[in-house]
Design a protein around this ligand. Structure first.
Ligand code: IMP
Ligand code: MG
Length: 181
Protein backbone atom coordinates (compact mmCIF):
# COMPACT_ATOMS: atom_id res chain seq x y z
CA UNK A 1 0.00 0.00 0.00
CA UNK A 2 1.30 3.47 -0.93
CA UNK A 3 -1.69 5.72 -0.15
CA UNK A 4 -4.17 4.81 2.58
CA UNK A 5 -7.83 5.90 2.49
CA UNK A 6 -6.96 8.53 5.08
CA UNK A 7 -4.07 9.94 3.01
CA UNK A 8 -6.28 10.11 -0.08
CA UNK A 9 -9.08 11.80 1.85
CA UNK A 10 -6.72 14.48 3.20
CA UNK A 11 -5.22 15.02 -0.27
CA UNK A 12 -8.59 15.34 -1.99
CA UNK A 13 -9.78 17.77 0.73
CA UNK A 14 -6.84 20.09 0.07
CA UNK A 15 -7.21 19.80 -3.69
CA UNK A 16 -10.93 20.58 -3.52
CA UNK A 17 -10.21 23.76 -1.57
CA UNK A 18 -7.80 24.94 -4.27
CA UNK A 19 -10.26 24.10 -7.06
CA UNK A 20 -13.07 25.87 -5.20
CA UNK A 21 -11.12 29.08 -4.77
CA UNK A 22 -10.01 29.03 -8.41
CA UNK A 23 -13.54 28.51 -9.79
CA UNK A 24 -15.67 30.45 -7.30
CA UNK A 25 -17.88 32.81 -9.31
CA UNK A 26 -17.11 31.10 -12.63
CA UNK A 27 -19.51 28.89 -14.62
CA UNK A 28 -17.59 25.65 -15.05
CA UNK A 29 -17.89 21.98 -15.89
CA UNK A 30 -15.89 19.16 -14.33
CA UNK A 31 -15.10 16.67 -17.09
CA UNK A 32 -14.17 13.27 -15.68
CA UNK A 33 -11.95 11.06 -17.85
CA UNK A 34 -13.42 7.56 -17.75
CA UNK A 35 -12.93 5.06 -16.49
CA UNK A 36 -9.96 5.73 -14.20
CA UNK A 37 -11.06 9.03 -12.66
CA UNK A 38 -14.62 8.02 -11.73
CA UNK A 39 -13.87 7.36 -8.04
CA UNK A 40 -11.66 10.42 -7.63
CA UNK A 41 -14.08 12.71 -9.52
CA UNK A 42 -17.03 11.49 -7.43
CA UNK A 43 -15.16 12.32 -4.21
CA UNK A 44 -13.79 15.62 -5.54
CA UNK A 45 -17.09 17.11 -6.74
CA UNK A 46 -18.81 16.36 -3.43
CA UNK A 47 -16.26 18.66 -1.78
CA UNK A 48 -16.89 21.59 -4.15
CA UNK A 49 -19.41 23.92 -2.47
CA UNK A 50 -19.85 25.98 -5.66
CA UNK A 51 -22.14 25.66 -8.71
CA UNK A 52 -20.78 23.30 -11.37
CA UNK A 53 -21.86 20.92 -14.10
CA UNK A 54 -20.54 17.42 -14.72
CA UNK A 55 -19.45 15.83 -17.99
CA UNK A 56 -17.49 12.78 -19.09
CA UNK A 57 -14.99 11.81 -21.76
CA UNK A 58 -13.77 8.28 -22.31
CA UNK A 59 -10.45 7.24 -23.79
CA UNK A 60 -8.57 4.00 -23.86
CA UNK A 61 -4.82 3.85 -23.92
CA UNK A 62 -3.79 1.02 -21.58
CA UNK A 63 -5.23 -1.88 -23.51
CA UNK A 64 -2.70 -4.51 -22.40
CA UNK A 65 -2.36 -3.65 -18.74
CA UNK A 66 0.68 -1.44 -18.35
CA UNK A 67 1.91 -0.55 -21.83
CA UNK A 68 0.81 2.74 -23.30
CA UNK A 69 -0.76 2.30 -26.71
CA UNK A 70 -2.47 4.70 -29.08
CA UNK A 71 -5.14 6.87 -27.48
CA UNK A 72 -8.60 5.96 -28.71
CA UNK A 73 -11.53 8.28 -28.13
CA UNK A 74 -14.58 6.34 -26.93
CA UNK A 75 -16.92 9.12 -25.82
CA UNK A 76 -16.91 12.90 -26.10
CA UNK A 77 -19.44 15.46 -24.79
CA UNK A 78 -21.51 17.22 -27.45
CA UNK A 79 -20.45 20.62 -28.83
CA UNK A 80 -23.39 22.20 -26.92
CA UNK A 81 -21.97 20.92 -23.61
CA UNK A 82 -18.49 22.27 -24.39
CA UNK A 83 -18.87 25.46 -26.41
CA UNK A 84 -18.23 28.61 -24.38
CA UNK A 85 -17.71 26.65 -21.14
CA UNK A 86 -14.78 26.65 -18.75
CA UNK A 87 -13.76 23.02 -18.32
CA UNK A 88 -11.77 21.24 -15.64
CA UNK A 89 -10.50 17.92 -16.99
CA UNK A 90 -10.14 15.44 -14.14
CA UNK A 91 -8.01 12.32 -14.55
CA UNK A 92 -6.64 9.72 -12.16
CA UNK A 93 -2.98 10.02 -13.13
CA UNK A 94 -0.74 12.05 -15.41
CA UNK A 95 1.78 9.64 -16.88
CA UNK A 96 3.25 10.24 -20.37
CA UNK A 97 0.88 13.22 -20.66
CA UNK A 98 -0.49 12.06 -24.01
CA UNK A 99 -4.09 11.55 -22.85
CA UNK A 100 -4.59 14.96 -21.23
CA UNK A 101 -2.65 16.76 -23.97
CA UNK A 102 -4.84 15.13 -26.60
CA UNK A 103 -8.08 15.79 -24.69
CA UNK A 104 -7.18 19.39 -23.92
CA UNK A 105 -6.62 20.09 -27.65
CA UNK A 106 -9.77 18.21 -28.65
CA UNK A 107 -11.97 20.16 -26.21
CA UNK A 108 -10.47 23.51 -27.21
CA UNK A 109 -11.21 22.60 -30.85
CA UNK A 110 -14.79 21.85 -29.80
CA UNK A 111 -15.09 25.44 -28.56
CA UNK A 112 -14.32 25.34 -24.82
CA UNK A 113 -13.35 28.74 -23.38
CA UNK A 114 -10.68 27.18 -21.16
CA UNK A 115 -9.53 23.66 -20.34
CA UNK A 116 -7.59 23.24 -17.08
CA UNK A 117 -6.39 19.88 -15.78
CA UNK A 118 -6.63 18.22 -12.38
CA UNK A 119 -5.07 14.87 -11.43
CA UNK A 120 -4.77 12.88 -8.25
CA UNK A 121 -1.39 11.38 -9.15
CA UNK A 122 1.52 12.59 -11.25
CA UNK A 123 4.46 10.53 -12.55
CA UNK A 124 6.73 13.36 -13.78
CA UNK A 125 9.58 10.99 -14.74
CA UNK A 126 7.44 9.30 -17.41
CA UNK A 127 6.49 12.38 -19.43
CA UNK A 128 6.63 12.10 -23.25
CA UNK A 129 4.77 15.29 -24.16
CA UNK A 130 5.23 18.55 -22.32
CA UNK A 131 2.27 18.74 -19.95
CA UNK A 132 1.79 19.87 -16.35
CA UNK A 133 -1.46 19.60 -14.42
CA UNK A 134 -2.97 22.83 -13.13
CA UNK A 135 -4.10 21.03 -9.97
CA UNK A 136 -2.49 17.87 -8.61
CA UNK A 137 -2.24 15.96 -5.37
CA UNK A 138 0.55 13.37 -5.15
CA UNK A 139 3.75 12.68 -7.09
CA UNK A 140 4.61 9.00 -7.58
CA UNK A 141 7.77 7.28 -8.82
CA UNK A 142 7.82 5.21 -11.95
CA UNK A 143 5.88 2.27 -10.52
CA UNK A 144 2.52 0.87 -11.57
CA UNK A 145 -0.21 1.73 -9.07
CA UNK A 146 -3.77 0.42 -8.72
CA UNK A 147 -6.88 1.12 -6.65
CA UNK A 148 -9.22 4.10 -6.10
CA UNK A 149 -10.23 3.92 -9.77
CA UNK A 150 -6.84 2.93 -11.21
CA UNK A 151 -6.72 -0.44 -12.90
CA UNK A 152 -4.39 -3.10 -14.17
CA UNK A 153 -5.97 -4.81 -17.18
CA UNK A 154 -9.41 -3.73 -15.93
CA UNK A 155 -9.03 -4.94 -12.34
CA UNK A 156 -8.47 -3.40 -8.87
CA UNK A 157 -10.45 -0.16 -9.50
CA UNK A 158 -12.60 -0.96 -6.47
CA UNK A 159 -9.78 -0.95 -3.89
CA UNK A 160 -10.41 1.93 -1.46
CA UNK A 161 -6.64 2.58 -1.11
CA UNK A 162 -3.83 2.81 -3.70
CA UNK A 163 -1.09 0.21 -3.88
CA UNK A 164 1.90 -0.56 -6.05
CA UNK A 165 1.32 -3.61 -8.20
CA UNK A 166 3.93 -6.32 -7.59
CA UNK A 167 6.21 -7.04 -10.55
CA UNK A 168 5.31 -10.73 -10.24
CA UNK A 169 1.60 -9.96 -10.93
CA UNK A 170 2.52 -8.01 -14.08
CA UNK A 171 4.90 -10.77 -15.23
CA UNK A 172 2.31 -13.51 -14.64
CA UNK A 173 -0.28 -11.59 -16.69
CA UNK A 174 2.26 -11.00 -19.49
CA UNK A 175 3.15 -14.71 -19.53
CA UNK A 176 -0.53 -15.68 -19.71
CA UNK A 177 -0.97 -13.36 -22.69
CA UNK A 178 1.94 -14.87 -24.60
CA UNK A 179 0.54 -18.37 -23.88
CA UNK A 180 -2.62 -17.39 -25.71
CA UNK A 181 -0.86 -15.86 -28.71
P1 IMP B 1 -0.89 9.05 -20.20
O1 IMP B 1 -1.62 9.33 -21.47
O2 IMP B 1 0.36 8.25 -20.45
O3 IMP B 1 -0.60 10.28 -19.36
O4 IMP B 1 -1.74 8.04 -19.38
C1 IMP B 1 -2.79 8.38 -18.63
C2 IMP B 1 -3.63 7.15 -18.37
O5 IMP B 1 -2.85 5.96 -18.22
C3 IMP B 1 -4.33 7.35 -17.07
O6 IMP B 1 -5.58 7.93 -17.30
C4 IMP B 1 -4.42 5.95 -16.52
O7 IMP B 1 -5.65 5.38 -16.93
C5 IMP B 1 -3.29 5.18 -17.15
N1 IMP B 1 -2.15 4.96 -16.21
C6 IMP B 1 -0.96 5.56 -16.21
N2 IMP B 1 -0.18 5.13 -15.20
C7 IMP B 1 -0.92 4.24 -14.53
C8 IMP B 1 -0.70 3.45 -13.33
O8 IMP B 1 0.36 3.47 -12.67
N3 IMP B 1 -1.73 2.63 -12.96
C9 IMP B 1 -2.92 2.57 -13.62
N4 IMP B 1 -3.18 3.30 -14.72
C10 IMP B 1 -2.18 4.12 -15.17
MG1 MG C 1 -6.67 3.23 -17.01
Amino acid sequence: MLFSEEMIRTGVDALAERVSSAYRGREFTVVSVLKGSCVFAADLIRRLPIPMELGFVATESYRDGVTSGEIELRYLPSREEVEGRELLLVDDILDTGRTLHFLQNTLIELGATSVATCVLFDKPSRRVVSMEADFKCFDVDDSFIVGYGLDFAGRYRNLPFVGELKGSVIEAATLQQSDVQ
